[in-house]
Design a protein around this ligand. Structure first.
Ligand code: ADP
Ligand code: TYD
Length: 217
């Protein structure tokens, strides 16, 4: 292997967009390209019991935005330290949700975007090398979620998910998007699982080649 450090890849999107499905596909692909490459799959929220409890206990999508933001960012600060250490050891880390989720969800909950960005500045949060945003309509994602489970979670009502999708698009269109979230690649998530996975691999390949040749990481 030519590099010592690994790569940090994040998947983002509204609930039910297909992130988890696609991150597993990408992990399999990376291991297929190089069987000696260790890949870790992780997710946020990470280890905060308080977040899990609040998501369970309070199903009003718009309540408690600032408190939720503080909890997600503190959980991320711990997670980020672990991610950084794994990347320094050469691992590829693929994470389901990260900083962009707080900016999109808690902004939709009513917290100012500037406050959300400032909250992150209190911690040394590792920026992703690459973020795949799976772009799917709130209606399609809702259909996929219903096939998965009939229970509606805190953020899953259609009204919230529509505002959330608009906010994700606003974040992606910001001039400083890569500075905030790393290189972001939007993937049309409306197709079938295999077609989306092929597009992700195709987009990922130049980054992997660059990393392999030692220019990234
Ligand atoms: P997320 O992690 O974004 O919430 P999942 O990967 O869990 O989404 O996908 C939500 C549901 O939709 C799962 O049941 C999954 O099998 C299904 N699914 C994922 N991608 C697609 C797709 N492209 N077409 C149809 N169903 C999909
Ligand atoms: P979880 O049950 O882990 O979700 P998933 O459906 O992704 O498996 O709950 C995570 C919820 O928290 C999900 O709806 C997105 C939301 N969330 C935020 O509101 N802000 C954040 O910063 C993160 C990471 C997640």
């Amino acid at each position: 292997m030519t590099n010592k450090k690994g790569m940090f890849i994040v998947f983002e999107g509204i609930d039910g967009s297909g992130k988890e499905t696609q991150m597993f596909e990408l992990a399999k692909y990376i291991r297929g390209r190089n069987k000696y490459q260790d890949v870790i799959i992780t997710h946020e929220p990470w280890k905060s019991e308080e977040i899990k409890r609040k998501l369970e206990e309070d199903k009003d999508a718009y309540s408690d935005g600032l408190k939720m933001a503080e909890l997600y960012v503190a959980d991320r600060a711990n997670h980020s330290a672990e991610i950084r250490s794994r990347i320094n050891q050469g691992y590829f880390v693929i994470c389901d949700r990260y900083k962009m989720s707080t900016c999109a969800y808690q902004w939709t909950q009513g917290v100012g975007l500037d406050s959300l960005l400032k909250l992150h500045d209190h911690y040394p949060i590792r920026r992703p090398d690459l973020t795949f945003f799976i772009d799917v309509s709130p209606e399609t994602a809702q259909f996929r979620r219903t096939a998965r489970s009939t229970e509606t979670e805190k953020f899953e009502q259609l009204k919230f998910q529509r505002e959330l999708a608009d906010n994700y698009h606003s974040l992606i269109n910001r001039a400083d998007c890569s500075e905030l979230f790393g290189k972001v690649i939007t993937i049309n998530g409306a197709a079938d699982i295999k077609s989306i996975s092929s597009v992700i691999k195709e987009k990922f390949n130049p980054f992997y080649d660059e990393w392999f040749s030692g220019k990234l990481g």
